[in-house]
Design a protein around this ligand. Structure first.
Ligand code: ADP
Ligand code: MG
Length: 285
């Protein structure tokens, strides 16, 4: 049972690994009718594994260039590549720039390296093998000195409680669940199908996620939560009525910006938070 009052509510939530940064959010969450979610790291584990390498240059060199630039990134994709490379010596990368929603640019051993998605190659006007567009899995494409050099296939997994999490939202007053992702639309559609999410958008740049959320918020009857792991998601966390961050995998900036932090990384805890809010309100009123 839940002890009296908002302090009790905050305490009960914290016992479930849910941190509310203020009792006002405990109240507001009971009115939640729209939940907007990120995919990678929120509904999927965000733990990628390298499955296959396809390169048209020397494979060792290809991996060396790719690992060197990814070693400078905190993205879950970068971690997969660095883990795959293991302990081996890599050239240091210089002048690294993270291009939001696309990938990385940098210099390795005097060569100009690009590593990211197809959008990144398009941005730099690089010709690529047309068949890579049809690959229905996540890939990191690489260009060396302005030439397409190949790709790495990587895979992520849906979290164990993700499908249950969506069901629980629907049985706890949430009318609409929306998934926004920077990942490829084909993958986003697949994940949405498995989880029973009927509104989803893929291939979004960070600023397009903000625009989508603003569009959703235009309907003033909505009380909107955004749930993300925070890598590139701080702006959407900030403008939602309730910003919720996954705490264990999430970035420090996201945890700082969020109103509610789910320390266990389980999306089913969103519904737990709603239930605790409702139980608290019943006690307070
Ligand atoms: P999401 O979390 O919704 O997938 P992000 O904005 O974090 O959105 O990433 C969008 C896409 O940008 C990724 O799916 C990937 O294709 C590309 N990307 C981002 N960072 C990197 C990186 N360090 N290395 C390779 N690709 C990246
Ligand atoms: Mg993300």
């Amino acid at each position: 049972s839940i002890p009296l009052g908002y302090f009790g509510g905050i305490g009960a939530a914290s016992a479930h690994g849910i941190l509310f940064k203020g009792s006002n959010f405990l109240d507001l969450i009971t009115k939640l009718n729209t939940v907007v979610m990120d995919k990678t790291g929120t509904l999927t584990k965000g733990v990628f594994k390298v499955q296959k390498i396809e390169s048209n240059v020397d494979e060792k060199e290809f991996l060396n260039f790719l690992t060197a630039v990814e070693a400078k990134s905190t993205h879950p994709i970068a971690k997969a590549i660095v883990d795959y490379a293991g302990e081996k010596e890599i050239h240091p990368a210089e002048n690294i720039e993270e291009i939001a929603g696309m990938g990385l640019e940098g210099t390795v051993n005097g060569k100009e390296i690009l590593a990211g998605n197809v959008k990144l190659l398009q941005k730099f006007n690089i010709d690529y093998d047309a068949k890579i567009v049809d690959i229905e899995e996540s890939i990191v494409v690489v260009a060396v000195d302005g030439k397409y050099a190949g790709y790495v296939l990587i895979a992520d997994e849906i979290k164990e409680d993700a499908a249950e999490a969506i069901k629980l939202l629907h049985t706890n007053g949430v009318k609409q669940v929306v998934m926004l992702s920077g990942d490829k639309s084909s993958i986003v559609r697949k994940v949405a199908g498995v989880l029973g999410i009927d509104t989803f958008y893929g291939d979004l740049l960070p600023e397009e996620k903000v625009a989508k959320l603003e569009e959703i918020k235009k309907d003033k009857t909505r009380v909107v939560a955004f749930v993300g792991d925070g890598i590139n998601d701080t702006p959407v966390l900030a403008i939602s009525d309730i910003g919720m961050a996954m705490g264990a995998m999430g970035s420090d900036a996201a945890i700082e910006t969020a109103d509610v932090v789910i320390q266990t990384d389980q999306p089913s805890k969103i519904a737990t938070a709603i239930r605790i809010g409702k139980a608290t309100r019943n006690v307070v009123i």
